[in-house]
Design a protein around this ligand. Structure first.
Ligand SMILES: [Zn+2]
Length: 507
């Protein structure tokens, strides 16, 4: 049997989607619930708060709905006839995590719109795009059962997990395509200006994708973990973020970061966008497939704790800019500037002496995603310090005749691209490096001492220079986004420069 959702644009000005769910042969007391979080973003977001006008019927007969808690209802069905449930969903969140609808575009993740039919999660789930404003198209990585050239039609996911792992972009967007090692890739850009250089974006994204596919699967006839991939990029006046999915990513970037026709240089903003693309694409392997054992099966009703975000976010952060360098999209001086920005951010965060990256991972739900004025004092970013742990391990492994690349691929093959634990990481390090890395893991991941990066970088031919804060750096730091201008030794108390904001990206 198949669970069926229909999504209609009810009212663009009131930001309302209408969602209609049909359940064949429901249970007599059929439980329905909406996730409280979206995988990849570790905060309980209470999506059900945007749900209203919830109604159920069988045939033309109303079905009583009893609410059990903030996100769960029971439909008291009479017999096994098809149950139909409809609701309005308010969608006005501009991030990549929820849903958005206005007269210019729509976007949604299934976690915010699609009630989970409890007990039926393993069945196929279909999603139909119903009423849309004239001229709008549909983009998603969910396989289409039947769709027209604009993408309007019916899509099908193998189960509920897959259903909510395929975001949708709706609107009159720019669309381009490229192949990478034979895998079709689609790039959708919403909100771009007419001077946007789409061909350059496609060419640069393709280099990143080809390099990462070769990294994980080898360059010769790679057997890629997915058969299609879609980038959904929304551009706005200001904004930055991304969320990884199994065959797509939803990205948000400032419009000015897009490449422009007739301008060949790579602006800092464009390098940042390419880093975001690289980061989210790397997640296709590192967290969507290779993932914490605790995420083997998501629990959508509550926090899912893991101590491993330093690996899945931190190591992905290490590789994002590194791939830009390996692809030749940035040069070595720029790569080192980006690296020094991360080093400076961590060095300027007093919380690194208070919290380990394993603790920061576990506490993401109440600390990383809930920053306040004390965040830099009490926490450390598992992105930023996690990426430095990756650098320290890579440099150590290279001394031992191996590399972090080899460790990542060993983990991929030993786990079959599935759930792993910290013990698996320790085993892969030992196997590749030819010795135990237990001391490094204890000190760098579970401890709070400084990472020995100065010496490790020196042994790789890179000199570490500490500079005094320059005039005006405190003011720039206080504005938050230009962390690159801060210097070693400059203690920054500004909220966005420490803890979660120490690294320039929040994903
Ligand atoms: Zn990430």
């Amino acid at each position: 049997m198949t669970i069926h959702y229909r999504i209609d644009v009810e009212d663009v000005h009131a930001h309302l989607f209408r969602v209609t769910l049909r359940v064949p042969r429901p249970a007599s007391s059929q439980r329905l619930s909406l996730p409280v979080w979206i995988p990849g973003s570790y905060l309980v977001r209470e999506f059900a708060r945007h749900l209203s006008d919830l109604r159920a019927e069988q045939g033309s007969q109303p079905v009583p709905l009893r609410q059990l808690d903030k996100a769960t209802w029971v439909a008291e069905c009479a017999g096994r006839g098809e149950l139909s449930v409809s609701a309005l969903v308010y969608a006005f969140d501009t991030s990549v995590r929820c849903a958005f609808l206005d007269a210019s575009r729509g976007f949604f993740n299934g976690t915010g719109l699609c009630l989970r039919v409890e007990g039926r999660e393993a069945e196929p789930h279909r999603l139909q795009i119903g009423t849309l404003p004239r001229g709008w198209q549909v983009a998603t990585a969910m396989p289409a059962v039947k769709a027209d050239a604009a993408g309007r039609g019916v899509y099908e996911a193998a189960d509920y997990d897959e259903l909510v792992d395929h975001p949708f972009e709706l609107g009159a967007f720019w669309r381009g395509r490229f192949g990478a090692h034979g895998v079709p890739h689609e790039f959708v850009v919403a909100g771009a200006l007419p001077d946007f250089d789409g061909e350059r974006l496609l060419a640069d994204a393709r280099r990143i994708c080809e390099a990462q596919i070769a990294f994980w699967h080898g360059a010769r006839k790679p057997k890629v973990a997915f058969d299609r991939y879609v980038f959904l990029l929304n551009t706005s006046e200001d904004g930055h973020g991304g969320l990884e999915h199994r065959a797509s990513t939803a990205l948000l970037s400032a419009r000015r970061n897009l490449p422009q026709l007739g301008r060949a240089e790579t602006s800092d903003g464009y390098a940042d966008l390419l880093g975001l693309i690289s980061h989210e694409y790397f997640h296709t392997w590192n967290v969507k497939r290779l993932r914490p054992a605790e995420f083997a099966r998501y629990d959508y009703t509550q926090e899912n704790y893991t101590e491993l975000l330093w690996f899945f976010e931190g190591f992905t952060s290490y590789y994002d800019d590194l791939f830009l360098r390996r692809c030749g999209l940035i040069d070595t001086p720029r790569y080192l500037r980006l690296l020094s920005r991360t080093l400076t951010g961590v060095a300027g965060t007093p919380g690194r002496e208070v919290q380990s990256v394993a603790e920061a991972s576990f506490d993401a739900w109440v600390k990383y995603y809930r920053t306040d004025e004390n965040t830099p004092n009490a926490t450390i970013s598992y992105y930023a310090k996690g990426s430095l742990v990756a650098l320290a391990l890579d440099l150590s492994l290279r001394r031992d005749g191996s590399s972090l690349d080899e460790v990542m691929r060993t983990l991929w093959s030993s786990s079959g691209g599935g759930p792993i634990s910290e013990a698996d990481i320790a085993t892969a390090l030992q196997r590749c490096g030819g010795r135990s890395y237990a001391k490094e893991l204890a000190e760098w991941v579970h401890g709070r001492a400084e990472l020995p990066l100065k010496g490790l970088l020196y042994s790789a031919g890179i000199e570490w220079q500490a500079q005094a804060p320059s005039p005006g750096s405190a003011a720039r730091a206080a504005r938050g986004r230009k962390c690159a201008d801060r210097r070693e030794g400059h203690a920054c108390a500004a909220r966005r420069c420490g803890g979660s904001g120490g690294h320039r990206r929040r994903r």
